[in-house]
Design a protein around this ligand. Sequence first.
Ligand SMILES: Cc1cc2nc3c(=O)[nH]c(=O)nc-3n(C[C@H](O)[C@H](O)[C@H](O)COP(=O)(O)OP(=O)(O)OC[C@H]3O[C@@H](n4cnc5c(N)ncnc54)[C@H](O)[C@@H]3O)c2cc1C
Length: 397
Amino acid sequence: MSQCLSTRSIDHVVLERGDVANSWRTERWDSLRLLTPNWQSRLPGFGYDGNDPDGFRTTPETIRFLTRYAEAISPPLQTHTRVTSLRPTDDGYQLATTEGEWRCKTVVLASGACNIARAPAFAGEVPRAIRTLTPMDYRNPEQLDEGGVLVVGASATGTQLADEIHRSGRPVTLSVGEHIRAPRVYRGKDIQWWMDKAGVLEERYDQIDDITRARRVPSFQLAGTPERITLDLNALTAHGVRLTGPLATVRDGKALFSGSLRNQCALSDLKLGRLLDTFDHWATENGLDGAVEPPHRLEPTAVEDAPPLSLDLSGGEIHTILWATGFRPDYSWLDVPVLDRKGLIRHDGGIVPSPGMYLMGMPFLRRRKSALIDGAGDDARDLSLHLDAYLAGATPS
Ligand SMILES: Cc1cc2nc3c(=O)[nH]c(=O)nc-3n(C[C@H](O)[C@H](O)[C@H](O)COP(=O)(O)OP(=O)(O)OC[C@H]3O[C@@H](n4cnc5c(N)ncnc54)[C@H](O)[C@@H]3O)c2cc1C
């Protein structure tokens, strides 16, 4: 956004509570690699120039990448400045920060979609002897006690951490709710190549039937490993991870699971089939069938006949629970009445119903790719155009 504002000669400042790439410096586990290939982190005026376009950046490499971008565009950046309150004034906004006050006509909220790890309301019912942690606290398996681990949530974070923890010798039970299954490689090409080329990531928020639902869809079950492995539930069970249905509650020292595991997996397999159909259709329409490998389908997700419906948390089998149940933004510092009942900012493609206020970096903000690094550029171009017109006093379209 700063790059787009500079291109339009709009005077601005970027306030950051930490250093550039703060979330990557402070909130990621050690082994994390991007699940988007190197070529797919295109920022305005800055693409991938290395010799491994199909590789997946480690966290230190991601920090270096974002730092290099900041050096290249040299934004008016004030780091180590936490915004502690933001409130409307007669002609704009007033911000209190740890480094003093600011006034501005317009403001772009780019404080991230994943500031706080979610845990279910019943998390407080877990017996004290069990250690609970979130992906924000988790760094590596050595942090954990020996013994069994219950990982709750089977999207990108949950499947990656279940795999890593199980490989460390700690038996893992994975509680599976709604999830999106995806092969790493399909017909010889990376899944993100298909998503990008077939235009799936370009789908716009105003062309989707149920955008509220689309914004809540969990992340793909994907990992970015050098071996390009597919990390779906079949891969995990082949390694010995045990699956259960969604964790419904914790009561009297027991974790109680819903009996819907089979249905969750069948639905996910069905959606995967539809996604692959989209890719096949696109390949045929564009005359690419000869250029990629032939279509194929994945084995249905294997589910044991009677997955456990409860786990005794006092029995010594489980020592740790990891909540991989998603993330949410933190707006505790925002004193503008723009939050909905779920505590998320109301907006129309990033245009917030408060004059001159904009939002960036949220799932499906303007496009399906909006919450990816690769999605920031197009959203920033659109929203900076709107902001420019707002400052000029025009009615932005
Ligand atoms: C576990 C995980 C894995 C991911 N993997 C990928 C991937 O493989 N590929 C991909 O493209 N994307 C991935 N993403 C998404 C990626 O993080 C986002 O695309 C990107 O970080 C969005 O950037 P952002 O600047 O909007 O948000 P953030 O990176 O969250 O940055 C927000 C910034 O705002 C600062 N901030 C927050 N509150 C305040 C305040 N009150 N005052 C001052 N500063 C504040 C924070 O310190 C932070 O630096 C992943 C996200 C997570 C959580």
